[in-house]
Design a protein around this ligand. Sequence first.
Ligand code: ZN
Length: 250
Amino acid sequence: MARIDWNLRSRSRSCLRCSRPFEDGERVHSAVLAADSDLARELFAEAFAAEEAAKAAGQPVKARPEYLRADFCASCRKSLGSEPWISVWTSVFTPPPAAPEDPVKKASPEDLLRELLEGPEPENHVAAIYLLAVFLERKRILVERAVRPAPDGTSVHIYEHRRSGDILLVADPHLADSEIADAQKEIELLLGLREAEAAAAKTAQAQAQAAETQTTAAQAGEAQGAGDKAPEKPDAAPPEADAASRTAEQ
Ligand SMILES: [Zn+2]
């Protein structure tokens, strides 16, 4: 299997070179480049240095991806010229939406693809990742920007998320028919599990809310009960008690 970057890379909010934040509606120039290139060493000098420092300090460091994404403003992109980019494209910058308020799990193929790509063992889900990406491309959620041959004879597809501008590097494992069937089963199983988890999370949330409402109601009841000092003998219920409590309230 190809050793590739499994990370999903989001469009940056600022130019990699001059650090100027992108404005709403500005045309962003994006590129993918090999992480072991001179250009990457120059552009990502700071990030690479930080990585080395963390390694030297014995901190756990995520493996450096094989490909990196870079986003530039128009003038920085112009000054860089025709470097050996693997893929270049432009898109219109829109500020990323705020994080959703409801953190309840979702179970769409798109969520599953992100989860598998960003998970601890993407190499164990190569076939499922590839099939999900092809499915999302057909749905026009992903756009294929480039295909690169991988060292092992397979290929790597560079997809861009149409709405968010995220890029995904997905290995094409050249699946045999039987492997496609297995991967489809895996996807169905995972989506089914996620749906069940999402439903369980929703139920738990609803129960927590209901419990909260009950607690509030009970507290209100207690407060009321404490206030009117119920008589010890309920059948006695002397009208004086009522009168007394009314007097006390005044
Ligand atoms: Zn710039």
